[in-house]
Design a binder for this molecule. Structure first.
Ligand code: ATR
Length: 271
C-alpha cells in the first residue's frame, strides 16, 4: 500500500497523522500515514530509505523544514522563496520533489473563514518574523495585498524579511506594534504568544477597524485571547487550525489522487 508520513522531531504532538488517516478512511483509499521521528543527523539517510519502504511522499515539520531543501532534487519557486519545504514527493526514479504549502494553507483557510475578505482593501499587519511569517508574506503578496507591515520582537529578523521580500514590506517596532493596526485590513499573529503554556499576547486593538479580518496561527487554544478580543471589536476572526488542515490538502492529493475536503467533520476528526 502507498505510504506517507510526517518527519519531525519531536513528532508526537503532530496532528497530521490524524488528519491524513481520517481522509484515507473517508475516501476509502488504501494507504497509510504515520509519524516519523527523525533527528537532524538521520534526515538524509531517512529520505534515502523511505521510498524503498513504500513511501510516496512526506510532510516535513520542525526542525527540518529548512534543512530538507538541501536533499531535494527539485524545489518549487515558492519553497525556494520561503526558504523551507513542508511537502515532499518521492518520484519513481528516486528523485525528491519539495514544495511549501503553508502559504496555500493560510490563504485557503482565510478565504474559507472570511469569504468576503478582499486582499486589495488595505494593508496586512503581521506579528512575528519566523518561518510561518515568511510563507504567509509570500501568499499575501501573491494575493495582491498592497502593503505588508511587520512587527517582530527581534527587529533584525523583520529587517531580513524585508530584504528578501522587497518594497511592499515595511517594519514597525515591536513596542509600537499596535500602531500598525490603524489602517490594517488583515491582521495575523504568527508568533507563539497566546499558545497554551506560552506568554500572553498583549496588544491593544483600540485602533483596529471592525472591518479587519483577524487570524492567529496558534490553534491551542482555538480561540486565543487575541482572537477573542478581535471578535469583541466586531472583526471576523479565523483560527489557526484551518491553516494546518488546508496545508495538508496538496500533499494528500498528489500522493493519493483525491483532493480532500476541509470541513467541520475534518476539524472534528483531528481535535
Ligand atoms: P514559526 O516557524 O512558527 O514562525 P519561529 O520561526 O520560531 O516559528 O518564529 C517564532 C516567532 O514568534 C518569532 O517571530 C519570535 O520572535 P523573535 O524573532 O523575536 O524570536 C516570536 N516569539 C516567540 N516568543 C515570543 C515572545 N515571548 N515575545 C514576542 N515574540 C515571540
Amino acid at each position: 500500500i502507498p505510504r506517507a508520513g510526517v518527519i519531525g522531531n519531536p513528532i508526537s504532538h503532530s496532528l497530521s497523522p490524524k488528519l491524513h488517516s481520517y481522509w484515507l478512511n473517508r475516501y476509502g483509499i488504501e494507504g497509510a500515514y504515520t509519524a516519523l521521528q527523525v533527528t537532524e543527523d538521520k534526515l538524509e539517510s531517512t529520505l534515502c530509505d523511505l521510498p524503498g519502504k513504500g513511501f510516496i511522499g512526506a510532510n516535513v515539520t520542525l526542525p527540518h523544514k529548512v534543512s530538507v531543501l538541501q536533499f531535494a532534487d527539485q524545489v518549487t519557486d515558492r519553497a525556494t522563496l520561503i526558504g523551507a519545504a513542508n511537502t515532499l514527493i518521492f518520484k519513481q526514479d528516486g528523485r525528491i520533489f519539495a514544495d511549501n504549502t503553508d502559504g496555500y494553507g493560510f490563504m485557503a483557510s482565510l478565504r474559507q473563514g472570511a469569504p468576503d475578505w478582499d486582499p486589495k482593501a488595505g494593508p496586512a499587519a503581521i506579528f512575528g518574523a519566523g518561518g510561518a511569517a515568511r510563507a504567509i508574506i509570500v501568499a499575501l503578496a501573491d494575493a495582491g495585498v498592497p502593503e505588508i507591515i511587520l512587527a517582530n520582537r527581534t527587529r533584525a529578523k523583520a529587517e531580513a524579511l524585508r530584504a528578501d521580500f522587497g518594497a511592499r514590506v515595511s517594519i514597525v517596532d515591536w513596542v509600537q506594534a499596535d500602531k500598525m493596526l490603524e489602517d490594517a485590513n488583515t491582521v495575523i499573529n504568527t508568533t507563539s504568544l497566546g499558545m497554551t503554556g506560552a506568554q500572553e499576547f498583549k496588544v491593544s486593538l483600540d485602533t483596529l477597524s471592525p472591518k479587519a479580518v483577524v487570524t492567529d496561527i496558534v490553534y491551542t487554544p482555538l480561540q486565543t485571547p487575541f482572537l477573542i478580543a478581535a471578535a469583541e471589536r466586531g472583526c471576523t476572526t479565523v483560527d489557526g487550525l484551518g491553516m494546518l488542515l488546508h496545508q495538508g490538502v496538496p500533499g494528500f492529493e498528489r500522493w493519493f489522487g483525491q483532493r480532500p475536503e476541509v470541513d467541520e467533520a475534518t476539524r472534528a476528526a483531528v481535535l
